[in-house]
Write a protein that binds this ligand. Sequence first.
Ligand code: PHE
Length: 340
Amino acid sequence: MFEKIKSIHKEIEQLSAKNIEDIELLRIKYLSKKGIITELFNDFKNVTQEERKEVGKLLNELKNSLQEKINILKNSFENSQESDKSELDLTLPANFIMGGSRHPLSVTRSKIVEIFSRIGFTVAEGPEIEDDWHNFSALNFPEEHPARDMQDTFFINKNPDIALRTHTSSVQIRVMETEKPPIRKLFPGRVYRNEAISSRSHCFFHQVEGLYIDKDVSFADLKQALLYFAKEMFGADTKIRLRPSYFPFTEPSAEMDISCFLCEGKGCPFCKYTGWVEILGCGMVDPEVLKNCNIDSKIYSGYAFGMGIERITNLKYRVKDIRMFSENDIRFLKQFQSAV
Ligand code: PHE
């Protein structure tokens, strides 16, 4: 028995393992039910009374030293694994972290604001829930006048009329009521109209409105500012065309087209073979509107223009379905990652 214990001791000192499975095999070999050490313990009952104390001690020592050996092997193995892990492989391709991107409508709005800021325009905002005065009456939409039907309205309250604003022209009034000319402001924001949702129209969309009030502001100033904008937004070769139109709050009023940038004005399916695409409404602020805001129309005049941000974005990026802008489809939004 003494001899046996001694030789196993030696054996244990020499034990080695290549991997974690080897260690498990060692444990089974020595300590499982039929393991070498377990069997020695079983033989213990045959040991004579005199030797018992000594043998018992040696057996316990043997078991402990095996356990220790196994722990040492395990530790060294785990440490070496860890140091393997910490060895960085700098040749591995990096994990690509997808950055966020701005919404295409924000990209367009910022671009419009940036272009006009270069000629002195600053931004102002107003509420999306408006009263009748700011959305209609002050803008020269007479009560019961069919012009109000130009924009199907979501009413929140009737008498007094409270509605979701149908255009950003309401902010014109708010600014003219509180500020003195010269006024050179842009009003970007969301507007609402009770329209059937389709690929071409939505019940809410976004506009940027511009307003310039000062002494001696003329239609020529308006035209020049818009020509500058069109060239900056769509390219230096862009031409503009103004067609007579009607808005209750401007007189004269016009709609502006730009030369089709796909066919350069020659005519294509995009511009319906006209060579032109419409982008905004504009005009000289009606003296009646100035009067409503206590601005003396004998001293001051001004121009205003308004455009749909969705429309400008569609033209710039050829988005065919306006609903894409509000669906939050990441596959759509991802495409604008490089747009600034
Ligand atoms: N408010 C008009 C619209 O929503 C656009 C416009 C603004 C026209 C300013 C003329 C002047 O259609």
